[in-house]
Design a protein around this ligand. Sequence first.
Ligand code: GLN
Ligand code: ZN
Length: 758
Amino acid sequence: MKTSVIGFPRIGKDRELKFASEKYFKGEITKNELLEVAKTLRKEHWNVQKENAIDHIASNDFSFYDNVLDTAVLFNVIPAKYKELGFEELDTYFAMARGYQKDDKNVKALAMKKWFNTNYHYIVPEIEDDTEVKLVGTKPFDEYKEALSLGVETKTVVIGPFTFLKLARFKGSKTINDFKDAFTAAYTDFLKAAKNAGVKVVEVDEPFLVKDLSAEDIALFKEIYTALLANKNGLKVFLQTYFGDVRDIYDTLTNLDFDAIGLDFIEGKETMNLIKKFGFPKDKTLLAGLVNGKNIWRNDYEKTLKKIGELKTVIGNDAEIVLSTSCSLLHVPYTLESETDLSDDYKKHFSFAIEKLSELKEIAALSDSKAASNEEAFKANRELFSGRVNSYNASVHKRTDAITDADYTRLPVFEERENIQKEKLNLPKFPTTTIGSFPQTADVRKNRNDFKKGLISEAEYEAFNKEKIKECIKLQEELGLDVLVHGEFERNDMVEYFGENLDGYLFTKKAWVQSYGTRCVKPPVIWGDISRKAPITVKWSSYAASLSQKPVKGMLTGPVTILNWSFPREDVSFKESTLQIALAIRDEVLDLEAAGIKIIQIDEAALREKLPLRKSDWYTEYLDWAIPAFRLVHSGVKADTQIHTHMCYSEFTDIIPAIDAMDADVITFEASRSDLLILDALKENNFKTEVGPGVYDIHSPRVPSVDEIVTALTKMREKIVDSKLWVNPDCGLKTRGDKEVRESLKNLVEAAHIIREK
Ligand code: GLN
Ligand code: ZN
């Protein structure tokens, strides 16, 4: 059995590409030095795949920033404003990715969006009415030749025309229909150029096929590929899909002239059924995505071999089956070898990109073996699934098993609580507040780092934070804010902080995953059952509350966000892990309440992140347990304790009833950048929760004027009843500087006063 890898992480074992790029941006290294780093990385990555005897190794999976942006540049989809900069190729590319502000030049970056259901973000291509779509680049062919010169025959990978068109933004009056022929022609030229460069296999990635497709989508795909595949000229063309199954278009795909079709058996719930129902064409190769390209756990060989067996039975011996990753390995960290602090008891259960290569090799060999179950590799793998150290906690299971419907329901109902809270908290109309964090200045980070490194004592660390909290409360009182916060000086990150204080979590040294461009994240790992070791935030919140007559909000991260920004387990469901986290955070909520905290905010910044790609799955697969999990966190509080939540986006127009069903008392969210369309939707849905649609954008250092905020609030009042409207920035202030925060909040409070007087 042969093996295939869809793509490999490019950032490097020690994030070399990130650091080199950042140095290049700052002018600290030359372009040639940057190109050299990239070349070295590509070589290393091809070699390690070759050493592991991978049969189908990708080229052109490398990128300086993003593969969608690479594709845009390859086909001349470069908006005029970037061309006008007059830069050479790589700098134009970086200007599109990051914007360019210097001297008299000032262009913004292209927008960035989440890449399907991953935490990777792609650059959104912009197609203007006069964009002349044509093949202008040579990157894919150069990299093919580069690999070949190193003795590695690769397949050339490119984002396919259908996915590209579906993800692009059309800036003028033209649409997909006006551009489909131009793209078909440009990709045809791409195939020709590939052939001329000596390429033998082109792999087109079409992940958009796993989404809900309309009849027009299917017709479009068919039209483009019928034309394209008539021009193969002896080249082999592989179609690669991932992140789900292709149920809406399976029978169309199998009837097109692809040489191989890549299907995802990990996230594609229906993949096996589709093959059973419609069969698989004899003249094609099946690239079977059976090794998870997203999670970090070892593959269960027994299960995988069983699936391969099933496939062989259904397909017979007519079509070739190639063992593949389920998606690009871009979404997993580089290698376990860097995790020198983790004992082997833990490490042996994990598999990062490098380790997945050996899994592919082992599974392929086992599937060729006459008696796989007698092989050492199989037995060793079986061992891993007999249990894991320190992962089972009986008392946690006892608690989750005992959850009843009543635990998901907060009483009294919202309307009654709202009145009780208004009376008790006695806040002015249009109450002002912030989202939680205050500037994480250099001294704040130093204090935390020094404590972590053992350079200062716990007492010193705490004394510093208390001083910061004191200043923060004083500032908020001076500014005249109504609901105060402690400032979050003890937190590095809203998930890692809670992870560190919960049992069941593991941390890695270098398990970085690219999030976008040069930015990487290092999610903590949910290893076992989750429980709270001891109160986490209570001392900080109580201290802050003791300093003011005004209410100080407690500040927590919600269970869905904690799960979504961690590497999840594979041996229990997301739901189960989320409920465990929810119970731990519930304990914290109740402890805060007992300590006299009257308002508690539970952030769900990443709630939307794991929304399934298909609408039909939104509720059944996700919201039906995620929303109750949030309610479980706060259902135990008294009527007069006010629960806030916060989300970093306003893209929940399509799930407004679900957001309302979180049953928080107040929700703050980002609305300042999104022309306030969300407000109409809230009104139409009779949204009951009180709302604080951010009145200014904290992502820029700009100080909003009083007028601007008054205008925003006036617009909001047209859609939201006065009694439900809060006044706040659109997210936490931790990335901002002290001066702009003071000025911005001063204007915010003044604007609220003006509105009150009206
Ligand atoms: N309370 C957090 C903060 O203010 C919320 C962060 C977020 O929404 N991403 O920083
Ligand atoms: Zn936010």
